[in-house]
Design a protein around this ligand. Structure first.
Ligand SMILES: Cc1cc2nc3c(=O)[nH]c(=O)nc-3n(C[C@H](O)[C@H](O)[C@H](O)COP(=O)(O)OP(=O)(O)OC[C@H]3O[C@@H](n4cnc5c(N)ncnc54)[C@H](O)[C@@H]3O)c2cc1C
Length: 388
């Protein structure tokens, strides 16, 4: 049903851009509304595992993204205090023809945006939607300046702070998860190993991986907090506070943190996976319906999978209702499982007290005796290809 269908996509993040491109590729006439003045992303990295890269490849941007990215060989879990490796997940053992890419967010957004423009997608920037109402065979979008426009079919990808989600039914406000994340880039003198290192400590962990020409390390440092007291969801922070939070960590971590000049702090918020992903001619995807904690590096990958699945389901359906129902049926259980796995990882990473050395010993021994078992537990996630 997509040929010639007029579709408005709300939000030009990774979910919105990939949905716009996937829908345009199947014949829809797509317009994207974005509150920012242009395509932009935070200056930080993103891991796109093979399940996400499969979608990028099918959308025709896989090679361009992979060219500018570092292809990761392993994910290593390390003890934060000693720096010693507890477990190495050899990513070469995954049964997928797609790489595990470490990509700068701005590069990914630029690649998706350029391809979307080439596919005929149009953009309206500086366009903040204040309210969404789905009724009477159309979707009313209310703008900040008081204007209201009727759109025939809207795909909302406006993130965890979505204005569209309320139109899907009663929705609890996003809640603070008790975790904050600093994001920073640290220059390196020599190209770093193509590896993701996760340093685990009590109540905190730090993820480090190389980007672009591997001369810059992307750092995500997570700390547990009682409350989020800042007004917004992120703000610039003093690098000294990030260094202080990880002062007890090993020398390689300290060396990276010493090079950080500019850092942002994010409160991590979430709400439960939405029970309904569409209402009338409004369909939602990505963080709008299943915000995912970053501890499995899957939020953007899930948004990519949603985008592909939505376009495929709509293309095969005779009506919007049929396509939307098929899309949710294909995605809901996988999103619930992924969100739960990411939440479990948060607990496992931050263990405190006597259970911590025991768990670390189990990781070390398990990794020696059955090196592929830990990665094998996530085959359902990383080896899945929604484009097949
Ligand atoms: C610290 C951290 C690290 C992460 N690392 C990874 C990782 O390695 N791998 C991974 O897969 N995921 C990762 N994630 C998760 C990932 O960033 C998100 O899940 C993903 O960006 C969600 O994409 P989205 O398009 O649904 O929403 P968003 O990226 O939030 O995009 C929403 C877009 O909508 C626009 N918008 C919002 N409201 C309005 C409005 N009212 N009107 C108009 N426009 C609007 C916004 O400006 C934005 O452009 C991480 C998250 C965090 C916090």
């Amino acid at each position: 049903m997509l040929i010639g269908e007029r579709i408005t996509v709300l939000g030009a993040g990774i979910g919105g851009l990939s949905a716009a491109l996937a829908l345009a590729r199947r014949g829809a006439s797509v317009q994207v509304l974005e509150q920012a003045e242009g395509l932009r992303e935070v200056g930080a990295g993103l891991q796109i595992s093979p399940n996400g890269m499969a979608v990028l490849a099918a959308l025709g941007v896989g090679a361009a993204v992979a060219r500018g990215a570092v292809s990761a060989r392993a994910v290593s879990l390390c003890d934060g205090r000693s720096g010693g490796r507890l477990l190495r997940l050899d990513l070469g053992r995954l049964r997928s023809s797609h790489p595990w890419c470490l990509v700068h967010r701005a590069d990914l957004v630029a690649a998706l945006g350029a391809e979307a423009v080439a596919a005929g997608v149009s953009f309206r920037f500086g366009c903040r939607v204040a309210g969404v109402e789905a009724k009477g065979g159309q979707v009313a979008l209310a703008f900040d300046d008081g204007r209201v426009e009727a759109h025939p079919l809207v795909v909302a990808a406006d993130g965890v702070r979505s204005v569209a989600r309320a139109a899907l039914g009663p929705a609890p406000a996003p809640e603070f998860t008790g975790q904050v994340a600093w994001r920073a880039l640290a220059p390196c003198d020599l190209p770093a190993d193509p590896e993701v290192r996760v340093y685990l400590g009590p109540g905190r962990h730090l993820v480090a991986y190389p980007l672009r020409d591997a001369r810059v390390m992307n750092l995500v440092a997570v700390e547990e907090r009682q409350a989020w007291v800042a007004e917004g969801w992120s703000h610039r922070d003093d690098p000294a506070r990030m260094r202080a939070a990880f002062a007890g960590f090993a020398a390689p971590v300290k060396a990276l943190l010493d090079r950080v000049e500019d850092v942002h702090l994010w409160g991590l918020f979430r709400h439960p996976v939405a029970p309904h992903w569409s209402a009338g001619r409004l369909i939602c995807l990505g963080d709008v319906v299943h915000p995912t904690l970053p501890f499995l590096a899957q939020g953007a990958c899930m948004a990519l999978e949603d985008a592909w699945t939505l376009a495929a389901a709509m293309a095969e359906a005779d009506t919007v209702a049929e396509g939307a129902a098929r899309y949710q049926a294909l995605r809901h259980a996988r999103a619930v499982r992924t969100v739960a796995a990411a939440t479990r990882n948060a607990r496992a990473y931050h263990l405190r007290g006597p259970v911590r050395p025991v768990a670390h010993a189990v990781l070390r021994i398990g990794g020696t005796l059955a090196p592929d078992a830990a990665l094998g537990r996530f085959a359902w996630l990383y080896e899945h290809d929604v484009t097949r």
